[in-house]
Design a protein around this ligand. Structure first.
Ligand code: NAD
Length: 488
């Protein structure tokens, strides 16, 4: 049995599923027939008409129960994340914890979908802004956070009064099926939720495209590559839908002369090699002051040499496999390209045997070349050097992506400048913390080719609702705004 969360039916379909741990086929997931999509969409619309009438705190109760069921199933779901994606055990569990955290957040939110009262310029008038459910939300997710990203979206969408339709990565259908089972446990305890409140469709981009094209789905939240977002974003907008795009990152750390190097080294190693470099927020570029470079490189080479690489289920392993052989081939090709541009590569050696294992690479680059400016979804860390602080910020911003960034410095002026209007241009900017491992309380997302979407905490929930401005006239006169006269 692959997981106690899955039935036999869920492992004997047609879509082959491979474990990156050894590259072996572990199951065949049931695929959704594209011909069924019109019924899926109609079901979601029916569910919306019922769910939007349920008071938000009662909707929150369903999400509270989901959080409880996730707590109960944390070990099993975390283990399945490890099996299907290759994350080390603590990261698989951490992913489920993220789901639990966003459920807790959303339960509180279900009593706080606050609007505004606005001062009207007209006597005897009251103005207000109200947030209302918007309709079914399509959730398209990437392989590397196979369940947490669904939860970020679904927990918010559900308390906001919207059903969800989830198309997970075709590489990770098992964790999605298991999550759906867990959600059904919460549903059965909840009692009276409409049918089709959270649907799961399994298949490749064509199935995602059916969601993207449908006017029945006013919001599409798509997480994945910039290439995918460049197709999905315009397609959603062309039919007047609302895209929430969470796309690629090319995240940097500036290491300034005053940095606490012990802390920086720990943050660099986790940021660059954690999840085998397969986080959207993974550290990909190090921008180091020239005076520190040799010392820092020596420390990093030493730290990298001590990292345990291998089966992610084994205690002590810190780096698991890449998702598949194609990902490893892309990593090796990028390293070859970096060498032709003058890069000096440490590591980056593919291991013999099954599974796409490769030692993480450190690449000292003479400049921020096109290779560095691309996101390679693998543990490659490019090291660049700066002399003057403004040049460090310019280098940090001179890439097409704008997700996460950080600086290690004990200099207050540098830290504040990094966070200022002329500092980092990213959606996430940290001081003395690495770029990855965001908490759910903040809005998550990035600028430029990262897509501009925001999910998770803060006021990201507004992206899942429609805003209504209303003016009520309780006077016996009908004055027009801006003093316009129109007497009839
Ligand atoms: P991917 O773009 O290959 O696939 C992501 C999802 O999009 C999959 O479900 C896929 O089936 C679907 N898809 C692809 N083309 C589509 C289309 N034309 N129409 C509809 N759906 C389509 O990405 P991946 O390889 O699974 O994930 C890695 C990428 O995701 C990296 O670039 C990473 O940075 C990014 N990512 C971003 C975030 C974020 O929050 N910014 C989080 C996780 C991953």
């Amino acid at each position: 049995m692959i997981s106690p969360l899955l039935s036999l039916f869920e492992t004997q379909g047609t879509l082959p599923v491979f474990s990156p741990i050894d590259g072996a086929e572990i199951a065949r997931a049931p695929e959704t027939d594209p011909a069924l999509m019109p019924e899926v969409l109609a079901q979601a619309t029916r569910a919306f008409h019922a769910w939007r009438e349920v008071p938000a705190p009662r909707r929150g109760e369903l999400v509270r129960l989901l959080g409880e069921e996730l707590r109960a199933a944390k070990e099993e779901l975390g283990a399945l994340v490890t099996l299907e994606v290759g994350k080390i055990t603590s990261e698989g569990l951490g992913e489920v914890q993220e789901m639990i955290d966003i459920c807790d957040f959303a339960v509180g939110l279900s009593r706080q979908l606050y609007g505004l009262t606005i001062a009207s310029e007209r006597p005897g008038h009251r103005m207000a802004e109200t947030w209302l459910p918007i309709g079914p939300v399509g959730i398209i997710t990437a392989f590397n956070f196979p369940v947490a990203v669904w939860a970020w979206n679904a927990a918010l969408a559900l308390v906001c009064g919207n059903p969800v339709i989830w198309k997970p990565s075709e590489k990770t259908p098992l964790t999605a099926l298991a999550t759906q089972r867990i959600f059904e446990r919460a549903l059965s305890r909840f009692g009276d939720a409409p049918e089709g409140l959270a649907q799961l469709v399994i298949g490749g981009p064509a199935l995602g495209a059916a969601l993207v094209a449908s006017k029945a789905v006013p919001v599409i939240s798509a997480t994945g590559s910039t290439r995918m977002g460049s197709v999905v974003g315009p397609a959603v907008m062309a039919r007047w839908g609302r895209p929430i795009l969470e796309l690629g990152g090319n995240n940097a750390m500036i290491v300034a002369p005053s940095a606490d190097l012990d802390m920086a080294v720990r943050a660099i190693v986790f940021g660059a090699v954690g999840t085998a470099g397969q986080r959207c927020t993974s550290l990909r570029r190090l921008i180091v002051h020239r005076s520190l470079r040799d010392d820092l490189m020596a420390r990093l080479i030493k730290a990298y040499a001590s990292l345990a690489l291998g089966d992610p289920r084994k205690p002590g392993t810190l780096i698991g496999p890449l998702i598949d052989q194609a990902a490893r081939a892309r990593m090796l090709a990028q390293l070859d390209r970096a060498r032709t541009e003058g890069g000096v590569v440490h590591g980056g050696v593919a291991l013999e045997g099954p599974g796409a294992y490769v030692t993480p690479a450190l690449v000292v680059m003479p400049a921020q070349t096109e290779t560095v400016r691309e996101e390679t979804f693998a543990p490659i860390l490019y090291v660049l050097t700066y002399d003057d602080f403004p040049d460090a910020i310019a280098l940090q911003n001179d890439v097409p992506q704008g997700l996460s960034s950080c600086i290690f410095t004990l200099n207050l002026r540098e830290a504040e400048a990094f966070l200022s209007a002329s500092g980092s241009d990213c959606g996430i900017a940290n001081v003395n913390i690495g770029p990855s491992g965001a908490e759910i309380g903040g809005a998550f997302g990035g600028e430029k080719e990262t897509g501009g979407g925001r999910e998770s905490g803060s006021d990201a929930w507004r992206g899942y609702m429609r805003r209504q401005t209303s003016t009520v006239n309780y006077s016996a006169k009908l004055p027009l705004a801006q003093g316009v006269k129109f007497d009839v």
